[in-house]
Design a protein around this ligand. Structure first.
Ligand code: 0WD
Length: 254
C-alpha cells in the first residue's frame, strides 16, 4: 500500500492542470490518498470537476477565503462526507497584479489587507476548521516562496504576505502540536502557473533560476507533489513547523 493509504485530505487552490495544488493532488492520489477538492467560483468549478473525476475525488464546493461562510460550508461538507480529516493542502494566494511590479513602497492599504487576508490569514482560518475534524492528528501544508526571506524583484507585498505565512506555520505548529497536528510549508521554486503569470518579469525569473540553481533547472509541480506526499504522510511524523525548499537548490545561491 502507498504511504498515504487510508488517509483522507482536502485540496484547496486548484485553478487548472498547471496548478501546484494539482501536482500535489496527483502525487497524493498516486500514494493512495482519498481526496476532496474545493474550487473558487463557477468559472473554476468547470475546470476542477473533471480534474477531481480523474482522481476519483469528491468536490465539496465553492470556497472563497474572503467569505468565512464558504470556508465553514466546505468543512461541513467534508464532515458529512468523511466525519474526520487527515490532511489539508492550502495552495491559495492573491495580490493585485498592478502591485506585483515596480516598487513595494507603492503598495496600497487596500491591496495589502486583501493580499494578507487571502495569502496568509486564510491558512489560519482553515486550521481552525481542520483542527475540529483532525481527531486522530493530521497534517496541514501550505506553499511559500523565497521572496519571504529575501528581496525579490516584483514580488513586493506577496513577499511580506509569505513572510507572515511562514511565521504562522511556526505559531500554528506550536498550538496544534499537542493534538499531533503537524504544520509545514514547501518553499517552491518558480513554476509557470496562472498565479505566477501575474508577477512582473516572471519569465526572466524562471531563466535566472535555471542558470543559477545548483541543479541548473527549475522544478515541476510533480516534484513539489512528491515532497508534499512526504509531509502529508507518516514518513514525516517527527517534522512540524518546517519550511522545506523544493527549488533545485536555489536558496543556497541567491
Ligand atoms: O512559482 C510559483 N507558481 C509559486 C507558487 C512558487 C512558490 C509558491 N507558490 C504558491 C503560490 O503563492 C500559492 O500560494 O503556490 C500556491 C499555489 O499557486 P499556483 O499553483 O502557482 O497558482 P494557481 O494555479 O493560480 O492557484 C492559485 C489559486 C487561485 O487561482 P487564481 O489564479 O484563479 O487566482 O489560489 C486560489 C485560486 O484557486 N485563490 C483563492 N481560493 C479561495 N479564495 C482565492 C480566494 N479568495 N484567491 C485565489
Amino acid at each position: 500500500p502507498g504511504i498515504l493509504a487510508g488517509k483522507r485530505g482536502l485540496i484547496m487552490g486548484v485553478a487548472n492542470n498547471r496548478s501546484i495544488a494539482w501536482g500535489i493532488a496527483q502525487a497524493a492520489r498516486s500514494h493512495g490518498a482519498e481526496l476532496a477538492f474545493t474550487y473558487q467560483g463557477d468559472a473554476l468549478k468547470k475546470r476542477v470537476e473533471p480534474l477531481a473525476k480523474e482522481l476519483d475525488a469528491a468536490v465539496v464546493g465553492h470556497c472563497d477565503v474572503t467569505d468565512p461562510a464558504t470556508i465553514d460550508a466546505v468543512f461541513a461538507e467534508v464532515e458529512k462526507l468523511w466525519g474526520s480529516l487527515d490532511f489539508v493542502v492550502h495552495c491559495i494566494a492573491f495580490s493585485d497584479k498592478d502591485e506585483l511590479t515596480g516598487r513595494y513602497v507603492e503598495t496600497s492599504e487596500g491591496n495589502f489587507t486583501k493580499s494578507l487576508l487571502i495569502s496568509c490569514y486564510s491558512f489560519t482560518a482553515i486550521a481552525q476548521r481542520a483542527e475540529k475534524l483532525m481527531t486522530k492528528g493530521g497534517s496541514l501544508l501550505t506553499l511559500t516562496y523565497y521572496g519571504a526571506e529575501k528581496w525579490m524583484p516584483h514580488y513586493n507585498v506577496m513577499g511580506v504576505a509569505k513572510a507572515a505565512l511562514e511565521a504562522s506555520v511556526r505559531y500554528l505548529a506550536a498550538d496544534l502540536g499537542p493534538q499531533n497536528i503537524r504544520v509545514n510549508a514547501i518553499s517552491a521554486g518558480p513554476i509557470k502557473t496562472l498565479a505566477a503569470s501575474g508577477i512582473g518579469d516572471f519569465r526572466y525569473i524562471l531563466k535566472w533560476n535555471e542558470y543559477n540553481s545548483p541543479l541548473r533547472r527549475t522544478v515541476t509541480t510533480e516534484e513539489v507533489g512528491e515532497t508534499a506526499a512526504y509531509f502529508l504522510s507518516d514518513m514525516s511524523r517527527g517534522v512540524t513547523g518546517e519550511i522545506l525548499h523544493v527549488d533545485a537548490g536555489y536558496h543556497v545561491v541567491g
